[in-house]
Write a new protein. Structure first.
Length: 156
C-alpha cells in the first residue's frame, strides 16, 4: 500500500510541476522566443535597403537577383545578374566573366521579401564556392532601394 501512495504522490507532484512549467512558458512576460533567432554570423551579412543604398553610393556593387527567371524578367535592378538555386550551374557559368570582374566589389543578393531564403542560399554559394567577399543579403524588398527608383530593368 505504501508504494501505491508514494507513486500517486510522485505522479501528482510531476503533473503539477508540468502544469506550472507550461503556464510559465505561455504566460510569463519575459518568456523566451520560440522561433529561431539568427546567429550573429548570419546577421553580419544582412543589409537593410537603406544600408544597401549607402553601400552603393560609396562603392560599385554587384547586384544578384536570386528569384526565379520569370520574376527576374518581369523586373529587376539595373545591371543585376540572375543567379538562382534552380539554375545555379548554368547561370554561374553564364556569368563567370562578370563574377570574376567583380571579385573585389561587394555583392548584394536580393529577392522579394526579408524572409526570402533564396538569397541566403545564393549568398552562401558565392562565398563558399567562388570565394567572393563581402556577399550581403538584402533584408527587405528590392523595390525599396533608391537604385530601383532609377528605373527597373526588364528583359524582353
Amino acid at each position: 500500500m505504501r508504494l501505491t501512495s508514494t507513486a500517486s504522490q510522485t505522479i501528482a507532484i510531476l503533473a503539477l510541476s508540468l502544469f506550472a512549467a507550461v503556464g510559465a512558458v505561455f504566460l510569463h512576460p519575459k518568456a523566451p522566443a520560440w522561433y529561431r533567432v539568427a546567429s550573429p554570423e548570419e546577421l553580419r551579412w544582412q543589409l537593410t535597403p537603406e544600408e544597401a543604398d549607402s553601400l552603393a553610393a560609396e562603392k560599385k556593387v554587384l547586384w544578384v537577383d536570386a528569384r526565379s527567371r520569370e520574376k527576374f524578367e518581369e523586373g529587376h535592378l539595373p545591371d543585376a545578374i540572375l543567379l538562382n538555386a534552380a539554375e545555379w550551374g548554368d547561370l554561374m557559368f553564364q556569368h563567370m566573366d562578370r563574377l570574376q570582374e567583380e571579385m573585389e566589389n561587394p555583392v548584394v543578393v536580393y529577392c522579394d521579401t526579408a524572409e526570402c531564403g533564396k538569397s541566403q542560399h545564393v549568398a552562401r554559394q558565392l562565398r563558399e564556392i567562388l570565394g567572393m567577399e563581402p556577399v550581403y543579403i538584402l533584408k527587405g524588398d528590392w523595390r525599396e532601394l533608391a537604385v530601383a527608383g532609377q528605373g527597373t530593368s526588364s528583359s524582353e
